[in-house]
Design a protein around this ligand. Structure first.
Ligand SMILES: C[S@@+](CC[C@H](N)C(=O)[O-])C[C@H]1O[C@@H](n2cnc3c(N)ncnc32)[C@H](O)[C@@H]1O
Length: 551
């Protein structure tokens, strides 16, 4: 019998056949035009899937019932070897059979079903079935290539940055009358959901040289080189954004669509250089080029306008923080901040003597805080009559939004004196007070709810303990502590829940001397300071709200 999961997977594959048999599907899967010589030598052959029924006949019955004619059952060589290696079991203990299915109405394309009976799989390698179903490592789309073009087709795939070699082999039993089959596999680049699929090039006969080249290819793969080159150029993408903000490119574009010479004139820069910068910025999707060669801002690009606080963040990341990163090797060697190496003081000390940068920092924090504030205000049940203290609350953006939405709540923004003095001049709703102080000394007492938004990640464990201890001293049992941070994964090797957590962990190493932490680490740190984390609520830009109670 086929279980419902394998039936669903088989139906999925059958559903995909239509697209794969369409003209040009090879070029489509490669994401690139293909030389006509290759295109004519390649035709879609099959979509493949590994399933785990009771017997091979179950698959044959399923194919017959689904409008396919099943070919003879053939022992698998290549997939069997791959499974054996992946699950560390002897090859001869795995009995994998290939069943080909061709549409009974003569339509093009077909299926290649690898069959490993479930009971045998469970006995030999417990967990194999679940893992293989989850990863789909043996699923692929296969193209039959004229034997004399196999190497050329293989090299075509190899030179595409989106393809990496993924093994292959020769099976003398498959298509025995045509001399067996050689196959080479590739993994495609990740799709929008980060998943990579696989393609197979297959040719009649044994092609030992092509296979030998393919199996030793990974180390030389152009895909890996291009991936690294692309990572290296990430630094220029950031730099291009910094410069765009510095020269006021987004303000110059406004709501217009302008040619590069007009933009260059407006920002007083070299026209050719501006044309090249604009073209490059289309990759970051901050500007869009129209058919007539003019450029306009995208929604993302509007964040670069000087009126948007996000432009302040870009500016800061392109000036002091950027300079500090030049000292990053020292931070890695010593564990101390790159910022202090570059500027001689830690960054919050530096801000206290540089009013302009400090103001830029407080304003830049708003870029993200505004988004989070709206979500926090909606998703956390603030109770009328209670008081919320925002510790390290900057210019009060977060609490201002909460109070605007919850008229019965009063708030206190607690921050260093230079931040409070600058913020007090800004518009604020009734019920919002600013208090200056140092959270390492004490924090305002007696409130029902305390907020620490992106504060703990600025500090090492010892400093966090001091801040949390002062928060706990200030409140009664049962008071709430809300912590907003990004979370690293709990288990080593676990996938990242929030993909901004790891980069910002390095930013903390370079700039503040703090770090990002896992949920487990926050649980322990809070518990050591008499707070219990009750729940975690997802927030925008990969942040999480940890809701804790004072014990
Ligand atoms: C990363 S910012 C976060 C600002 C705000 N909570 C937000 O989420 O937008 C950290 C804040 O901690 C404040 N801070 C740093 N050291 C402090 C101290 N010793 N006492 C009080 N506030 C401090 C900074 O001035 C800054 O406003």
């Amino acid at each position: 019998m086929l279980d419902t999961e394998d039936e669903r997977r088989l139906r999925d594959v059958i559903g995909r056949l239509g697209g794969l048999t369409a003209a040009g599907s090879f070029a489509h899967v490669l994401g690139s035009p293909v030389d006509p010589g290759i295109a004519n030598a390649v035709r879609f052959d099959h979509a493949a899937l590994l399933v785990f029924p009771d017997t091979v006949s179950d698959v044959r019955d399923f194919l017959a019932a689904s409008g396919f004619v099943a070919g003879p059952s053939v022992p698998s060589r290549v997939v069997r070897a791959r499974l054996a290696e992946r699950h560390q079991v002897p090859e001869e203990e795995l009995e994998v059979t290939i069943v080909h299915g061709r549409p009974s109405d003569g339509a093009p394309g077909g299926l290649e079903i690898f069959v490993l009976p479930r009971e045998a799989a469970d006995a030999i390698a417990p967990g194999l079935v679940d893992q293989e179903r989850a990863t789909g490592e043996e699923s692929h789309a296969g193209w039959l290539v004229a034997p004399e073009r196999l190497e050329q087709a293989r090299r075509t795939c190899l030179h595409l940055s989106s393809m990496t070699p993924d093994g292959g082999g020769y099976n003398p039993c498959d298509d025995r009358d045509s001399g067996g089959r050689s196959v080479v596999y590739f993994k495609t680049g990740p799709d929008g959901d980060g998943r990579r699929s696989r393609i197979e090039l297959t040719a009649h006969g044994q092609h030992a040289e092509v296979l030998a080249a393919h199996l030793t290819e990974p180390a030389r793969s152009a895909g890996e080189h291009k991936a690294l080159l692309s990572i290296l150029s990430g630094h220029w993408a950031a730099r291009a954004l910094h410069v765009a903000v510095e020269i006021g490119l987004a303000d110059a574009l406004g709501d217009e669509h302008l040619g590069a010479p007009d933009v260059a004139a407006a920002v007083d820069c070299d026209p050719l250089a501006i044309a090249r910068l604009l073209r490059y910025l289309t990759r970051s999707e901050v500007v869009r080029e129209r058919d007539n060669g003019t450029f306009e801002l995208t929604e993302r690009g509007k964040l670069l306008r000087s009126e948007d606080p996000f432009s302040g963040l870009i500016e800061l990341y392109g000036t002091e923080f950027y300079d500090a990163w030049s000292e990053f090797p020292t931070a890695v060697r010593t564990g101390r901040t790159a910022f202090s190496h570059r500027y001689g003081v830690e960054h919050f000390e530096y801000f206290s003597t540089e009013p302009e940068t400090s103001h830029r920092f407080d304003r830049s924090m708003q870029a993200v805080t505004r988004l989070v504030a709206e979500e926090l205000s909606r998703s956390y049940p603030f109770v009328d009559g209670t008081t919320v203290v925002d510790i390290g609350g900057g210019n009060g953006t977060l609490l201002r939004t909460v109070l605007e939405d919850h008229a019965g709540v009063t708030g206190v923004v607690f921050d260093r004196s230079h931040v409070v003095e600058a913020a007090e001049t800004e518009r604020r709703p009734g019920g919002l007070r600013f208090v200056a102080g140092d959270f390492f000394a004490e924090v305002p007492g007696g409130a029902d709810t305390y907020l620490l938004s992106r504060v703990l990640h600025d500090w090492n464990d010892e400093d966090c303990d001091r801040i949390l201890r002062n928060c706990r001293r200030a409140c009664a049992s049962g008071a709430r502590l809300l912590v907003l941070e990004r979370l690293l994964p709990d288990r080593p090797g676990a996938p990242f829940d929030a993909d901004l957590a790891a980069p910002w962990d390095l930013q903390m190493l370079a700039i503040t001397g703090g770090q990002e932490r896992s949920r487990d680490e926050y649980d322990k740190m809070m518990y050591a300071n008499s707070f219990r984390v009750d729940s975690v609520i997802p927030m925008p830009v990969d942040l999480k709200l940890l809701v804790a109670t004072a014990l």
